[in-house]
Ligand binder design. Structure first.
Ligand code: ZN
Ligand code: ZN
Ligand code: FE
Length: 762
């Protein structure tokens, strides 16, 4: 009995060799029909004997390509059309049709697969040492696609005409490159160029790569056009090269990521679990934060200045053939960091790189495949056998985060720091790649382009826009303009509310949730700066149920860079002006008297309940009083110092009011006393961390809600997260932390989407 089925497959099914797989499965089963990419799905019709059709469906479900994810598969019987000619069934891959609403059905950029790696290392292969080798299982996707459905004319490979050999591979159903859209070879594909910053060509092709490697070995800083933007590379074993890079990039101490040639090299510098190995070699190939081995180890010596005073090292393996070839040529670990100055965005085109990286890079290794949108390297870490994404970009964006059910289309513009933007489409939220801090016009430009890119790419007209409650954020002001010009409502979602909603969205939590959003800064509706929030949330309803007692922040935003200011404010609040003598070593006499005079005038300085600033203040009381070079540096230092064996805790009593207020007076006094008694800082730090875990437990017991969420930048602190999770789980609470989106402000856009979804529904 012959049968014909119309099949619709949704999920990540484009750009992963799905149609070739369907073609092969249908052909080998002797079926006729066709397959086509549509904007929102892959559509298949097959016809043939009953058993063969059933067998085909089974293979579709169970044997699809490794990078594909099937979220939905619908099959309906339709009347047969082909005359059954089993001798020569015709199964065709039809050209893609646009038209239907766009859905997130494409994969992110994928690291080089093992088959392609083998080819670039084998002298007999025609792609030997070719930096742009890829196939249906690997290579650029999101960074080169200009539109849907995913096909070569809608990628930046459009300008390269395939040679006859590549064309044969592309057309051959048995080839690994059957319908591999970015297919390329040395004859027809992109090629390398080594430029001076003036734009003058130094070398081309293989010579360009070799000359770049020689320069790096000699201590130069080379900008390379990576997968999703320019990166800066330098010899990671050379203290001088690293220092030079830091000076030029204006990045004094923030840790830099290293790229190591292989797992053996990683193992030589860092402790590494099975799980962590799997992540490093995954198609996402993120930067993974690994615990460094102590002391001198093997032949791999990473300069101290790569990650000063940090027990962790951000490590990645080469993720494109270009990186593999370069690392092989350099024969040393290299620094591989975003191609930018300080907090500016990454450059993505060559002329921009020549201008913006002048004064930073000595040479530019570039190529002629255009990058369509910036996609930075992702940063992750493993925690208790799960992956936690800290910066979400290459390999993860634009994989959608599924919501609990279909939602109106919302555009969320994200937070001011570590910005991401998000767009809901059906029951999915696409969170765009990490944009960065919106402190300069270049970043704002990237932010605005990221918004128009998402909206245009998925061809969605948002029904509403979500932004932060802070009226002065550039993102808020842009959202106001967009809402006006699109004539759609604007919803302002409080920062910490958005943090908790982000975790609720990520875990599809239903019913009441107690959320702890502990971070540096967020605009509170009461005129104070929030940051140690416990929020009780049930769907659209939310209430602030606990926070720390506020303290003045001398100098406002300046305090984020100067922990001593937070410490002075904390001392003044809790122990009064007479206690501030402790601060005399931190400021000059005139600075201190000016600040104290200002503190006496109420309301001159903003007041905050920020947990991040409390961390800074305690770090300063423990001696870390110098200016920090990035937010959270002092807090990180405090975390790394902690003696994990210490079980004692300071106490933070809670008031009976609603919201309950945590009082740090005893804590501050105890830290000062312990310091005076010579208690090691490692133990003081641990007691402080333990106090915060206890505080979370006290609040949770008071509220009595079984589902508890831990989010906000402070929960990137591994010790705090572990201690709080342990306390809460032991007491019977279900504890959720963020995994697939960052707990820091990179996760805010997802939470804003959910916040607006609730309000649209009201
Ligand atoms: Zn491949
Ligand atoms: Zn070719
Ligand atoms: Fe935050």
């Amino acid at each position: 009995m012959a049968r014909r089925l119309a099949i619709t497959v949704r999920g990540i099914v484009q750009g992963v060799g799905f149609r070739p797989f369907v073609h092969n499965a249908a052909t080998s089963a002797g079926l006729s029909g066709w397959v086509v990419n549509q904007s929102d799905c892959v559509h298949i019709e097959v016809e043939g004997p009953d058993e063969a059709v059933t067998c085909f469906l089974d293979r579709l479900r169970n044997e699809h390509p490794p990078q594909a994810t099937i979220n939905q598969l619908d099959a309906v019987s339709i009347p047969c059309v082909d005359a059954p000619t089993p001798a020569e069934p015709a199964f065709a891959i039809r050209s893609s049709t646009a038209g239907a609403a766009h859905r997130p059905t494409l994969p992110p950029d994928l690291a080089t697969c093992s088959a392609c790696l083998h080819e670039i290392k084998s002298a007999s292969e025609r792609r030997y040492a070719y930096p742009f080798t890829n196939c249906t299982n690997c290579g650029p996707r999101w960074s080169i696609i200009t539109g849907l459905p995913y096909d070569r004319p809608r990628t930046s490979m459009d300008s390269f005409e395939m040679c006859s050999e590549c064309r044969d591979e592309y057309d051959s159903p048995l080839d690994r490159r059957f319908h591999a859209q970015p297919i390329a070879c040395p004859h027809c594909g992109p090629s390398l160029q080594l430029l001076e910053l003036t734009g003058v060509t130094r070398a081309e092709g293989k010579e360009a790569l070799q000359a770049a490697a020689v320069a790096v070995r000699a201590g130069a800083i080379v900008a390379i056009k990576g997968l999703g933007g320019f990166q800066l590379i330098a010899d990671a074993t050379s203290q001088r090269a690293v220092q030079r890079l830091r000076r030029r990039k204006q990045r004094p101490r923030k840790p830099l990521a290293v790229m190591l040639p292989d797992m053996q090299a990683v193992d030589a510098c860092c402790h590494l679990s099975r799980f962590e190995q799997t992540q490093l070699t995954s198609p996402q190939a993120p930067i993974l934060l690994l615990k460094r081995r102590q002391g001198v180890h093997g032949s791999v010596l990473i300069a101290d200045s790569v990650a000063p005073a940090n027990p962790y090292l951000g490590v990645m393996l080469p993720n494109t053939p270009l990186h593999t070839l370069l690392v092989t040529e350099i024969k040393r670990p290299i620094i591989c960091t975003s191609g930018n100055r300080a907090e500016e965005p990454m450059a993505i085109d060559t002329s921009e790189a020549c201008t913006r990286l002048a004064g930073i890079a000595d040479l530019i290794l570039t190529h002629n495949r255009e990058i369509v949108r910036p996609v930075d390297d992702s940063v992750c870490r493993a925690d208790d056998g799960t992956l936690q994404i800290l910066r979400r970009a290459r390999g993860y964006a634009p994989v959608p985060v599924p919501l609990a059910g279909p939602a109106p289309s919302i555009l969320a513009v994200g937070s001011h720091l570590k910005n991401t933007v998000a767009l809901s489409i059906g029951a999915d939220v696409v969170v765009g790649a990490h944009v960065g801090d919106l402190d300069n016009t270049l970043s704002l430009d990237v932010h605005r382009r990221a918004i128009s890119d998402l909206v245009n790419f998925f061809d969605v007209q948002p029904e509403a826009i979500a932004c932060d409650l802070h009226p002065d954020y550039a993102s808020t002001q842009h959202a106001e303009r967009l809402a006006h010009s699109w004539n759609v409502p604007l919803f302002r979602i409080q920062h910490h509310h958005a943090h908790v909603l982000s975790a609720i969205a990520e875990h599809s939590l239903k019913g009441p949730v107690l959320g702890f959003a502990w971070d540096g800064t967020g605009y509170g509706p009461d005129g104070t700066i929030w940051g140690s929030e416990a929020l009780s949330i049930d769907g659209p309803q939310w209430q602030r149920v606990a926070h720390l007692r506020t303290f003045p922040l001398p100098g406002g935003d300046q305090a984020a860079r100067e922990p001593r200011r937070s410490a002075l404010g904390l001392l003044y609040e809790y122990l009064g002006a007479e206690s501030t003598g402790i601060a005399s070593g931190w400021f000059t006499d005139s600075e201190l008297s000016t600040l104290l005079a200002a503190l006496q005038r109420q309301q001159l300085f903003p007041r905050t309940s920020s947990m991040g600033r409390l961390f800074d203040a305690i770090a300063a009381l423990c001696g870390a009083t110098e200016t920090v070079s990035f937010e959270g540096e002092a807090a990180m230092g405090l975390e790394y110092l902690a003696d994990e064996a210490e079980t004692a805790a300071y106490s933070i009593p809670l008031s009976d009011s609603l919201p309950a207020v945590g009082d740090c007076q005893g804590l501050v006094q105890a830290v000062i006393d312990d310091r005076a008694r010579g208690v090691p800082i490692a133990r003081i730090s641990a007691r402080f961390h333990n106090a915060l875990a206890d505080l979370a437990l006290q609040v949770a017991c008071r509220v009595g809600c079984p589902q508890v969420v831990l989010t906000g930048g402070c929960f990137q602190n591994r010790l705090l997260t572990r201690r709080a999770r342990a306390c809460l789980s032991e007491a019977g609470f279900e504890v959720y932390t963020q995994r697939s989106v960052p707990a820091g402000d990179g996760g805010i856009s997802l939470g804003q989407v959910l916040g607006a979804v609730y309000q649209v529904g009201e």
